[in-house]
Design a protein around this ligand. Structure first.
Ligand code: FRU
Length: 528
């Protein structure tokens, strides 16, 4: 009898054999992806100087640091920012101003606040006084009220203590022009050298205005009925959290714990020095606030971002659905003044929606890029499954890496991602499953030697909560930044990078056999 091969059986045997021994499969190892977006730098074009962020906010010219006075009013998001309009280094501070209807595209406005005889205009916040409690407007035309820090240079030079006080200014035309309050300062100070960065908000439960500011190593909480007369209620923090440097730029807000009815209060405080990967960073506390005092049971130190470049971030007041939208300054005081840009300096992070989760009985703040950002994305490449064999490389050539979003999902296993170009610049990202850590090595990422601490070492972050069986990676690269969101922003890393030329190659590798799911390369349309 003649043997008749059963084709279906053979096919089945072969496919299952290849699944268990994938090294024998003829998997593609290199992919060439083309893109519709042209990312050539050309310093003669608007916002096309080398390293200019293409889809992050940056000032048109000169120096910028902290975001200030972020508020939504009548369909417009207002972003004010620490600004020195005469140079690309820090100098006498003004409030720069920009507006947006979608938080993605920005319109530059004229400078909102100039220094005066009381001092320079340091960081602060803005509210809409809808009930005209201040009497500075009318109920029909409520005033936009900014409360900020005055920094007095004469007193600083004379080595006095009281160099910082809080001032008020208001606008009756939606933030176009500003009037300084005639009885400034509204909060005086005789005790603290560092006494600044007031964040004001309407406490709807208590029907009172609250203000939180930082005084050296602690936060202070104030109440007011009219935004002008303030009463100190309590302090928090002298014995909590990180304290290597002074506290700066606080924020305080209530937020729902995801998938529950529970509500908690979040206190953000930036700190310089003492961030987990050096220099400036932002820690947070989860607790309760009754309008006067803040309490927490939190023992560990929590950070909103584990990268080196997300500082002084706070959230918008008065957002349409009460969502918490956060913006940070994408730099670090260790080297902020030395980064290799020409006629402007630094950018903000992408706007991020904050949410609070409870994972393994611990509260955890998650950051996710705001939804409308998706409109900027064009998918250039998508593959459902890629088999990554142990120690074998998958190489993706893509001219637009420095203006793209890369997303993928893997099992909770080792993964190495290397962004590189023909000029031998390489940026390494590494997830180590056994050690439960994520590292960023920008030592050879491009220009690094403008300041010693910039490219000094690999930034390693312990990621103990990353216990899910799969990990989502979302990586966003602009011309001089990378933002990484692991598992929906449970861990977030923001860093500046200055490649000599845009990266053109992504190499993916693992020490274990891995499957990569839903790998996507999307180019990002510029906003300018
Ligand atoms: C934070 C900070 C604030 C201060 C401002 C001055 O980066 O130091 O504390 O108000 O910058 O520009």
């Amino acid at each position: 009898m003649k043997f008749k091969p059963n084709k279906t059986l053979i096919f089945k045997l072969l496919t299952s054999f290849l699944f268990y021994f994938p090294c024998l499969a003829q998997e593609k190892n290199s992919f060439s992806i083309s893109s519709k977006n042209n990312i050539t730098a050309d310093s003669t074009l608007y916002y096309k100087e080398s390293y200019r962020s293409q889809f992050h906010f940056s000032p048109e010219k000169n120096w910028m640091n902290d975001p200030n006075g972020m508020v939504y009013y009548k369909g417009i998001y207002h972003l004010f920012y620490q600004h020195y309009p005469e140079d690309i280094v820090w100098g006498p501070m003004h409030w720069g101003h920009a507006t947006s209807t979608d938080l993605i595209h920005w319109e530059h406005k004229k400078i909102a606040l100039y220094p005066d005889q009381l001092g320079l205009i340091f960081s602060g916040s803005t509210v809409i006084d809808f009930n005209n409690t201040s009497g500075l407007g009318t109920k029909d035309n409520p005033p936009m009220v900014a409360i900020f820090t005055y920094h007095n240079m004469e007193n600083e030079k004379a080595a006095k203590i009281n160099i910082q006080t809080q001032g008020l200014a208001y606008s009756l035309d939606g933030g176009e022009t500003w009037i300084k309050f005639k009885n400034n300062p509204i909060i005086d100070n005789s005790s603290f050298r560092d006494f600044r960065d007031p964040k004001v908000f309407w406490n709807d439960e208590m029907k009172i205005w609250n203000l939180v500011l930082v005084a050296g190593d602690r936060a202070q909480f104030y109440t007011s009925k009219n935004l002008i007369n303030w009463k100190l209620e309590s302090e928090f923090g002298q014995n909590s959290g990180a304290h290597e440097g002074v506290w700066e730029c606080p924020d305080l807000f209530k937020i729902k714990v995801k998938n529950t009815q529970e509500e908690k209060w979040v206190l953000l405080t930036s700190i310089n020095l003492g961030a987990p990967n050096g220099g400036s960073g932002t820690q947070y506390f989860i607790g309760d606030f009754n309008g006067k005092t803040f309490k927490t049971e939190q023992k560990d130190i929590k950070w909103i971002d584990y990268g080196t470049d997300n500082y002084a971030g706070v959230t918008f007041n008065n957002t349409p659905n009460g969502e918490r939208i956060f913006l940070g300054w994408m730099s670090n005081w260790n080297y902020a003044r030395n980064t290799p840009t020409t006629n402007w300096r630094s950018a903000m992070t992408l706007p991020r929606t904050l949410s609070l989760s409870k994972i393994n009985n611990a509260y955890c703040l998650q950051s996710q890029i705001i939804e409308p950002f998706k409109k900027q994305l064009t998918t250039d490449f998508l593959k459902k499954n890629i088999i990554l064999q142990k120690d074998q490389e998958k190489v993706f050539s893509y001219p637009n890496l420095n203006q793209s979003q890369i997303s993928l999902k893997t099992a909770n296993k080792d993964l190495k991602l290397v962004f590189s170009n023909d000029s031998k610049d390489s940026l390494f990202l590494n997830y180590n499953a056994k050690k439960q850590s994520f590292s960023i090595d920008r030592r050879h990422s491009g220009k690094v030697n403008f300041e010693k601490s910039f490219g000094e070492k690999t930034h390693i972050t312990a990621t103990p909560n990353l216990i899910s069986k799969t990990i989502d990676y979302q990586i966003i690269l602009d011309w001089s930044s990378i933002e990484i969101f692991l598992d929906g922003g449970i861990y977030t890393f923001t860093e500046q990078i200055f490649p000599n030329h845009p990266y053109t190659k992504l190499t993916i590798q693992s020490n274990e056999n891995q499957k990569i799911h839903n790998i996507k390369f999307q180019s990002i349309t510029r906003i300018w």
